[in-house]
Design a protein around this ligand. Structure first.
Ligand SMILES: [Zn+2]
Length: 173
């Protein structure tokens, strides 16, 4: 009989825990800026398993150009950098340092090559407390990325580009 009473009490306590009170609801709605788990549960989870290509480059600093890669052109004996998007001419010091990494992402129902750009790369490195700067040395950049792989993430994917990334808590250990 004592055992039955204890079981009833346990059920009541368990039920209580599943009713969100006002405080908990507030937490969920105000969660957008801090990348906490509850706000990101809708994002699919996956693991970055391999790196195919690492490409550090200078990109156009105009915000409307969305970090278009600058190309180097030669005019007589003079080199300059050119943006295909805005057709502007730039020198290195006025450009952004940017990065494109092609990785193998394995999700629950798919495994495919996707592209990660500088902001997402920095997020991954910072989550491990590693140097997130970009240097113009592909071999060096590859070695840095290999240190964190495999890495579990939650992500949003648009046209095979990882647009947003959240590191799972297990990576913080
Ligand atoms: Zn441009």
């Amino acid at each position: 009989m004592v055992g039955t009473i204890e079981k009833d009490q346990l059920v009541k306590l368990t039920n209580c825990r599943f009713f969100p009170n006002d405080e908990e609801l507030d937490d969920v709605s105000s969660d957008e800026d801090n990348n906490d788990e509850p706000a990101t549960l809708q994002m699919p989870a996956g693991t970055i398993l391999a790196v195919f290509e690492v490409d550090p480059y200078l990109s156009c600093s105009k915000s409307s150009c969305n970090n278009t890669k600058l190309i180097t052109l030669k005019e007589e004996n003079h080199y300059y950098m050119f943006c295909k998007h805005c057709t502007g001419r730039y020198n290195g010091s006025s450009a952004n340092t940017f990065l494109r990494v092609i990785v193998l992402l394995e999700g629950e129902e798919m495994s495919k090559k996707v592209t990660i750009f500088a902001p997402q790369y920095k997020k991954i490195m910072q989550s491990r407390g590693l140097d997130a700067t970009i240097v113009f040395d592909k071999e060096e950049m590859l070695q840095r990325i290999m240190k964190v792989i495999p890495v579990e993430i939650r992500y949003t994917l648009i046209n095979n580009t990882v647009k947003d990334i959240v590191l799972k808590r297990t990576n913080l250990n």
